[in-house]
Design a protein around this ligand. Structure first.
Ligand SMILES: Cc1ncc(COP(=O)(O)O)c(C=O)c1O
Length: 393
């Protein structure tokens, strides 16, 4: 059965991590894989998570099954973090999923059942796993222009022109904030314009929120999403606790459905649960139990928000320091766009060859498409990285 299978092609980002680990150079810098790192280059367990873990260990009486939808209090917590204060709160349902990846797949499968001929529009570029997940779910995929290689910002005019072609058989996938891989986010006016197009032309928006709190703050990062949820009849949302709760390996996320009525989304949730039943059955509990414990405690919520805000500020400050170094020491404002980008990633605009040169000649590991993870920098790396960026550009 297995002997005719081809040798698998390694995921480019994961194989980059292996190459980095095996690189003996002492001044190597890992700006590849998308995990947050602190100033010591570590991805530690957040304090709020450690404290919640102590509580869960001390109070949990059973490891018996929770249920197909996972922890319903967690689901409600996720809905509130994303949609609080919107009219969508009256017509929304959620299921807990194994990370946002699991949520993307569950909603992809749901779309396939609800409207089999649907085409999903992805930004060009988009998160590397968006296309495979949607294609494996049996959906067609199209791309819309997103990033301008010249300005390193969103090409809003072209994006809107192309999205004006999307209609009732289409789903438009947007990044809620901190666009992966570019770091360039759409502004509030663009959220309003896309909402208007969805109302007029009938496509369903699908918003993937993997970095809430990493851009400008927990509420600020979902301002556009909330406006949209208030003004469209139907939408889908995926969310992840990998980054903002640091729960990567615990696989904690949710798939959220907003519909015309509570009855509609109750039906959609029921269908999503039958799809989950035949896939992984139930999501893992531990991460959701920790998040619920934090969000139900005033004190732990305060600790978590403080830590998250420190992480967000660190990203802003690293961006600022790198730009300052490039401006002051290397006399170039060519990379000022880095400071305007949000979250962990920035698209440098370098070619595959330039990224290979960064890696091979200078031991700086970014992704081949030009993406670097700002969180992978430490303050002491900045002079070296700025010098190399100038040399390679
Ligand atoms: C845009 C985007 N969506 C989804 C995910 C998947 O996150 P999770 O770890 O929750 O599966 C990521 C992770 O990098 C991401 O960047």
């Amino acid at each position: 059965m297995f002997s005719h299978l081809p040798t698998p092609v390694l995921d480019p980002i994961l194989s980059l991590s292996v190459a980095y680990r095996n690189d003996p150079r002492p001044d190597k810098v890992d700006l590849g894989i998308g995990v947050y790192k602190n100033s010591a280059g570590e991805t530690p367990v957040m304090k709020a998570i450690s404290q919640a873990q102590d509580i869960v260990v001390a109070t949990q009486k059973t490891k018996s099954y929770v249920g197909l939808a996972g922890c319903e209090e967690f689901n409600q917590n996720m809905i509130e973090l994303l949609l609080s204060g919107t009219s969508a709160m009256e017509r929304v349902a959620a299921i807990q999923t194994p990370g946002a990846s699991g949520a993307l797949r569950m909603l992809g499968d749901l779309i396939k059942v609800a409207q089999p001929g649907t085409c999903v529009w992805l930004s060009n570029p988009s998160y590397v796993n968006h296309r495979p997940v949607m294609e494996e779910a049996g959906l067609k995929v199209k791309q819309y222009t997103y990033f301008s290689p010249q300005t390193k910002q969103v090409d809003t005019a072209r994006m809107l022109e192309e999205l004006a072609q999307a209609g009732p058989n289409d789903v438009v996938l947007l990044h809620g904030c901190c666009h992966n891989p570019t770091g360039a986010d759409i502004d509030f006016a663009a959220w309003q314009a896309i909402t208007e197009l969805a109302q007029k032309n009938g496509f369903v928006p699908f918003v993937d929120v993997a970095y809430q709190g990493f851009g400008d703050g927990l509420d600020q990062d979902v301002q556009g999403l909330r406006y949209m949820a208030d003004n469209v009849e139907e939408m889908m949302i995926t969310t992840s606790c990998s980054k903002n709760f640091g729960l990567y390996r615990e696989r904690t996320g949710a798939a959220i459905m907003v519909g015309k009525s509570l009855q509609d989304v109750t039906n959609a949730k029921g269908k999503a649960l039958t799809l989950a039943r035949s896939t992984y059955s139930m999501p893992p509990d531990h991460g959701a139990a920790l998040v619920k414990t934090i969000l139900q405690s005033h004190e732990l919520t305060g600790i978590w928000k403080q830590e998250l805000s420190e992480m967000q500020q660190r990203l802003v400050s690293l961006r600022k320091s790198l730009c300052q170094e490039l401006r002051n020491t290397h006399n170039t404002s060519q990379f000022d766009f880095i400071e305007s980008h949000k979250g962990m990633f920035t698209m440098l605009g370098f070619s595959q060859e330039q990224m290979a040169q960064l890696r091979e000649t200078y031991g700086i590991y970014g992704v081949g498409d030009g993406r670097i993870n700002i969180a992978g920098l430490t303050e002491k790396d900045i002079p070296y990285v700025a010098e190399v960026i100038t040399k390679v550009s």
